[in-house]
Design a protein. Structure first.
Length: 137
C-alpha cells in the first residue's frame, strides 16, 4: 500500500494559525501510512515568562512533544512525518530537517520523513516511497 501524504493545504492552514515567525514558516505533520493525521505543529517564536529570552521552537520539536503526549508510537502502527516550509514571497521551500530535528525524529523512531524542496516537490528522506509532485497553492 502506498504511503498517503497529507495535503499541503493542511500544512498551510497550520502555518497560518500557529507560526508567528517572520522570516519563514515551517509545519510538521505526523500521519499514518493510510493518511490519518495524528498531530501537527508549526515553528513558533517563544519568549520566557520574564521576557528576557526569545527562541524559536522548530516545528519538529513541537511535533515530537505532541507525539509523546499522545502516545502515538504505542497507538499507531506507522508514524510518518511531513515537514513543509513556506515563504510568502517564494512559496514552498526546502524543509529538510536540521541536525537536531533529525535526532529528535530518529529518537522517536518514525517510519519515514518527507519534506518539501525548492521545486515545490515532496522528497522522501528515506527513499523507500515515491516522490510525489505537488502543486503550490
Ligand atoms: Zn530543526
Amino acid at each position: 500500500m502506498p504511503i498517503k501524504l497529507p495535503s499541503l493545504d493542511l500544512c498551510f492552514d497550520r502555518i497560518s494559525k500557529e507560526s508567528n515567525t517572520h522570516s519563514f514558516h515551517l509545519c510538521a505533520v505526523a500521519f499514518t501510512r493510510s493518511g490519518h493525521i495524528i498531530a501537527s505543529s508549526a515553528n513558533r517564536q517563544l519568549t520566557r515568562a520574564d521576557g528576557a529570552k526569545k527562541w524559536t521552537e522548530h516545528a519538529e520539536e513541537g511535533l515530537v512533544r505532541k507525539l509523546h503526549n499522545l502516545k502515538a508510537r504505542q497507538r499507531f502502527r506507522t508514524v510518518y512525518v511531513l515537514v513543509a516550509r513556506w515563504s510568502d514571497a517564494q512559496g514552498w521551500l526546502m524543509a529538510k530537517p536540521c541536525g537536531d530535528c533529525w535526532r529528535r525524529l530518529n529518537n522517536y523512531d518514525v517510519d519515514g520523513v518527507f519534506y518539501t524542496n525548492a521545486d515545490g516537490d515532496i522528497e522522501d528522506a528515506f527513499r523507500f516511497g515515491t516522490i510525489t509532485s505537488i502543486q503550490t497553492p
